[in-house]
Design a protein around this ligand. Structure first.
Ligand code: HPA
Length: 234
């Protein structure tokens, strides 16, 4: 057991998908895994372990934002020995070349959060994805013909911002989209020498206002989950 996860030792696989929404963890377990068993219900933050194409895989909700996601990722790594962690979530698009329903594979995560900065006084650490996981995810997405972008995302602490000028400015520097978890995941990957990756589907466009219907969101979520699972077992 760890502080926020009640699984017994050995109940969590060393490969895990991390959706923010615990009900999406349940959805993945029910739709993609065989023999899935729930190992966590503390705070309703559901976690399951099952098999995908014969490989043991877990899926764990993390909640929204870096403080919450960082807690789950760190406990999974430190207390349960998880070695490959793939976030599957949504993001708002920033780049004009990115559209709703596209996939973004976050190669790096710019962040305004002090969670990473505080660890490195005097430096701006560059949180980056694991190259092998990223390559596998890209390959799978290409094979399936999913529209996929690879590059920087912005990991923010604030969903509702009064002034988006500086956020929009990042679009001019190739930042593809905005989300709230990748930077801390990549930081923890570096800290504990484990493999981490964030894959996001675009749920809305921050600049054009383009949005998805809930049905469209469900379908693209499935594409992303497939990419995440295939990358993690490769
Ligand atoms: N920020 C802004 N828009 C979004 C986000 C976010 O974190 N996620 C989905 N749309």
């Amino acid at each position: 057991m760890s502080v926020h996860i009640e699984a017994k030792p050995g109940e969590i696989a060393d490969k895990i998908l991390l959706p923010g929404d615990p009900l999406r963890a349940k959805f993945i377990a029910e739709n993609f895994l065989e023999d899935a068993k729930c190992y966590n219900n503390v705070r309703g933050m559901l976690g399951y372990t099952g098999t995908y194409k014969g490989e043991r895989v877990s899926v764990q909700g993390t909640g929204m934002g870096m403080p919450s996601a960082g807690i789950y990722a760190q406990e999974l790594i430190q207390s349960y020995g998880v070695k490959k962690l793939v976030r599957v979530g949504t993001c708002g698009a920033l780049s004009k070349d990115v559209h709703v329903r596209d996939l973004i594979i976050a190669q790096g995560a710019v962040t305004s959060s002090s969670m990473v900065e505080k660890q490195f006084p005097g430096f701006h650490f560059a949180p980056i994805a694991d190259f092998d996981l990223m390559m596998q995810a890209y390959k799978v997405a290409q094979e399936k013909g999913f529209t996929t972008h690879v590059g920087n995302v912005l990991s923010e602490d604030t969903f509702y911002k009064d002034d988006l000028t500086s956020t929009f400015n990042l679009a001019e520097y190739g930042v593809l989209g905005v989300e709230m978890e990748a930077a801390i995941l990549y930081y923890l990957g570096a800290k504990f020498n484990v493999q981490t990756l964030g894959i996001m589907t675009v749920s809305d466009h921050m600049i054009t206002g383009e949005e998805t219907t809930s049905e469209e969101r469900q379908n693209t979520f499935k594409d992303m989950m497939y990419v995440g699972l295939e990358a993690i077992i490769a």
